[in-house]
Design a protein around this ligand. Structure first.
Ligand code: IMP
Length: 199
């Protein structure tokens, strides 16, 4: 079976393919399916946004489509930036600007607990959807550490590893990350779905 990845991010293609190839599923980019869809992420939950993206690409391509939506939830910021992680602070900011905004928002805060969340949704042409969620708990560091990754990685500290996501190798991060956990959970849900349906 072929699935279209509802994202233009080739990094996500690599991560998704690694897991889904174990189920005999080939994941292809939107461009290879001949579609180019821009979806407004108007949902209020990660699951809603993942479903919006997957459904739009499924409709445009006529093929099953898979999407993920993710973000950082900080307890002392009322769960923010949450679904607004990619645009926190407004347009035109860099990743560094955004994580500095989080650090500023936490200045003087004792509660630095946070979690990364990822929701994955696959939308099938028959209208069915399969979703899964993954979370990775951690704390917000007092200053950025590590480099070479993206988003909020440099300030997200995993206490058991004594490292931020930005200080981990890709393998180490994927083994515990919200997206890694969501993908593993998704694989289980998809296997269950495929066992009872013929799509
Ligand atoms: P989206 O899921 O592509 O809509 O983007 C979610 C946003 O959350 C990204 O732009 C990043 O700012 C942030 N984010 C999600 N996952 C990670 C991660 O693994 N590390 C760092 N930041 C992340």
């Amino acid at each position: 079976m072929k699935m279209v990845l509802a994202s233009k991010n080739p990094h996500k293609l690599v991560e998704m393919s690694a897991i889904l190839s174990q189920l005999g599923i080939q994941v292809i980019l939107e461009s290879d399916a001949g579609v180019d869809v821009d979806v407004e992420e108007t949902g209020t939950t990660f699951e809603e946004n993942a479903q919006l993206k997957a459904t739009a690409v499924m409709k445009a391509s006529g093929l099953p489509a898979i999407a993920d939506d993710s973000g950082l939830c900080v307890t002392a910021l009322g769960g923010g930036p949450g679904v607004y992680s990619a645009r926190y602070g407004g347009e035109g900011l860099t990743d560094k600007d955004r994580y500095e905004l989080v650090l500023k928002g936490l200045s003087g805060q004792l509660d630095r607990s946070a979690k990364f969340v990822s929701a994955i949704c696959c939308a099938f042409p028959n209208g069915d959807t399969v979703t899964a969620r993954g979370e990775c708990p951690g704390i917000i560091a007092y200053a950025p550490r590590g480099s070479g990754t993206f988003g909020y990685d440099p300030i997200f500290l995993v206490p058991e590893r004594k490292k931020t996501f930005a200080e981990m190798s890709a393998e180490e991060k994927n083994a515990i990350s919200h997206r890694g956990v969501a993908l593993q959970n998704f694989k289980v849900e998809l296997e269950k779905y495929l066992a009872k349906t013929s799509v």
